[in-house]
Design a protein around this ligand. Sequence first.
Ligand SMILES: Nc1nc2c(ncn2[C@@H]2O[C@H](COP(=O)(O)OP(=O)(O)O)[C@@H](O)[C@H]2O)c(=O)[nH]1
Ligand SMILES: [Mg+2]
Length: 437
Amino acid sequence: MYISCWLLRITCICHHTAVLIHSGDKGVRPLSLAGHVGFDSLPDQLVNKSICQGFCFNILCIGETGIGKSTLMDTLFNTNFENFESSHFEPQVKLRAQTYDLQESNVRLRLTVVNTVGFGDQMNKQESYQPVVDYIDRQFESYLQEELKIKRSLHNYHDSRVHACLYFISPSGHSLKSLDLVTMKKLDSKVNIIPVIAKADTISKSELHKFKIKIMSELVSNGVQIYQFPLDDETVAKVNTTMNGHLPFAVVGSTEEVSVGNKMVKARQYPWGVVQVENENHCDFVKLREMLICVNMEDLREQTHTRHYELYRRCKLEEMGFKDTDPECKPVSLQQTYEAKRQEFLVELQKREDEMRQMFVQRVKEKEAELKEAERELQSRFEHLKRIHADEKATLEEKKRLLDEDQSSFSKRRAAAQLLQAQSLTANGKKDKDRKK
Ligand SMILES: Nc1nc2c(ncn2[C@@H]2O[C@H](COP(=O)(O)OP(=O)(O)O)[C@@H](O)[C@H]2O)c(=O)[nH]1
Ligand SMILES: [Mg+2]
């Protein structure tokens, strides 16, 4: 029922656009037609095509563990999504995305619900927003990469860019926490933020009124830009103006059916009474559902593409060195920028090559000098050793000569001694013989 309303709105927008183009272009002559041509069926063609293709919508829920994110999603889409109860002891914030195919009448919706797991549970919450920022940027980056491909397939690309961010505010009745302000401030240029006061059944009517005013004034004084329901389409301008005045929506979630009067309604039952989720006197749940799904889903998708993604794309392309104008503000095409960048790169490459070549020559020279010095040193050490060796050789030869001399004189003396001994032996023998005789 809600999604069908939204298609009706696309049809209205298409009719308006046709009239605007016709009357707005200068130098274009208006002509009246003599009879029926048939291009008035264009909006219907567009609607038929969209229905065939199906739609895609991605919601990011940011809020502390147990604040009621999963319950609200189940209540909003009247179903039971896969819910994982998370503990309060996650070391860091993680994002869990789950995609579902839903159908209402003949309209198919591919819905992705992204949940922050462990948000606000760490002692140090300084970097809690970073995983969320990174997740949103990653989805933009994949879309940009698909767009930049030679062979793009954007028609069947699963667009995972976040279209709406429901920021769950704790129903404290006091003020926003610094974590809320810092996170929303970091995200407001990347995503459509819709703040909601969670578990609004826990806060009294007068406190809620004051709390809403306080939240809005804190957002304004901290320069946080939240999503404003658009006023440019006159068919919804009135309802959107009223709804902008009700922000942030105070919501209650429940999938439990309770009997009230003769009907079963979604409600939360307490000992003192029943809070009906869809009763506008009890909470703003219906307002949120109307605004998010029935009236402004297409605008949220459009804003994501034309504002947030465009900003990401522009920054990324500028980072890569692409610009629409040159320093003299003359328009430059992508081709020219590419050529200029290529030229710049080639010059830089040549410069680097020359520098490297010079450095290489210098290093070779230095190494050569080092080697020559080492050679000289080796040579002188060799000469020194050679000298020492020659001296030692001379000394040894001298010692050998002396030894030889000693040896020959010893041999001579021994020969003389042996001769003497032989003579004395002969003489003694003669004496003995003479005595015997
Ligand atoms: N009082 C109150 N309790 C709620 C509301 N929504 C959810 N809860 C309860 O809060 C608890 C945590 O809800 P859940 O949706 O799992 O929180 P999540 O961790 O943020 O996904 C559950 O016991 C819910 O029944 C609400 O609007 N009001
Ligand atoms: Mg949950």
